[in-house]
Write a protein that binds this ligand. Structure first.
Ligand code: C2E
Ligand code: CA
Ligand code: CA
Ligand code: CA
Length: 279
């Protein structure tokens, strides 16, 4: 296959063929992951910085792959979005997370909130609002105990249409949170129009907050912005006591991160935190 003057069939090298095959195989397996019960959710506590109590949990998906073991979302959410598999997966996540939260509430954690990530592709689903309403009704979870996390870029893509959907979801009583805040490119003018409740400070700003004044200033500014807009502010990726101390001094409302806990399976969350603390 040489000397073809750049003929395209030279692209099919054994290496690429192998990679494409692996990808196809993974896609096929992901397609069956729901019915084979291979998807699972881990939960990471969200902690009130003033009282030190757990006020919520973020649900984070994992794939228990029969050969590869536990796979984190970075390795398959992209593919799920490209193939549209994120739609059934997203519904599974919502239902599973709401069921779990309801179970925890029934154990006595009355106001425990569950945060669920929604990817941009899920906005394409025309009946998204209805789907959320149905799941809330079926699981019995009070709407204000569900928080949907979205990124700025997923909303900015088709702003007018997405604003309508956000308002419809908000009208159900569900809370909305802007994830990875500060890394997207939303303008402040649009932020004002989002019917949101929470800003989630991206962990890239939190990382050096106790080391660099610049990062501390950015975080302080986001907290002030959020509070001026009457929003709750939560910091993600909190890994050290120093970071927590700075955030607390700055008046940040909540934190989430390895310092308090990694994301864990429901049973471990219960054993470690919920059995002792009745919120
Ligand atoms: P994210 O929503 O920004 O979630 C936070 C990520 O940071 C999680 O990674 C979490 O495990 C990790 N993390 C938490 N605390 C710390 C910390 O203190 N330090 C560091 N270095 N990392 C921390 P994970 O679970 O691998 O999820 C990655 C991303 O995958 C999420 O980012 C989210 O965008 C996406 N994702 C996860 N679950 C779902 C889901 O159910 N649906 C959708 N559409 N996306 C999901
Ligand atoms: Ca998130
Ligand atoms: Ca985030
Ligand atoms: Ca992120």
């Amino acid at each position: 296959a040489k000397d073809n003057g750049g003929n395209s069939f030279q692209f099919y090298t054994p290496v690429m063929h192998d990679a494409a095959l692996k990808r196809l195989q993974l896609e096929y397996q992901l397609r069956r992951a729901i019915e084979l019960d291979e998807l699972t959710l881990h939960y990471q506590p969200q902690v009130d910085l003033r009282h030190g109590t757990i006020v919520g949990m973020e649900a984070l998906i994992r794939w228990n792959h029969p050969q590869m073991g536990l796979i984190t979302p970075g390795s398959f959410i992209g593919m799920a979005e490209e193939t549209g598999l994120i739609l059934p997966i997203g519904i599974w996540v919502l239902r599973t997370a709401c069921l779990q939260a309801k179970k925890w509430q029934d154990m006595g954690h009355d106001n425990l909130r569950i945060a669920v990530n929604l990817s941009a592709r899920q906005f394409v689903q025309t009946d998204l609002t209805e789907t959320i309403a149905d799941i809330l009704q079926q699981t019995g979870l009070p709407p204000h105990c569900l928080e949907i996390e979205l990124t700025e870029s997923s909303v900015m893509a088709d702003i007018e249409r997405h604003l309508l959907i956000l308002h419809a979801i908000k009208a159900l009583g569900v809370h909305l949170s802007v994830d990875d805040f500060g890394t997207g490119h939303s303008s402040l003018a649009y932020l004002k129009r989002f019917p949101i409740d929470t800003l989630k400070i991206d962990r890239s700003f939190v990382r050096d907050i106790a080391l660099h004044q610049d990062d501390a200033s950015i975080v302080a500014t986001i907290i002030a912005l959020g509070h001026n807009l009457h929003l709750q502010v939560i910091a993600e990726g909190v890994e050290t006591e120093n970071q927590m101390a700075v955030l607390r001094a700055q008046g940040c409302d909540q934190m989430q991160g390895y310092y308090f806990s990694k994301p864990l399976p429901a049973e471990q969350i219960e054993a470690l935190f919920l059995d002792q603390q009745i919120t």
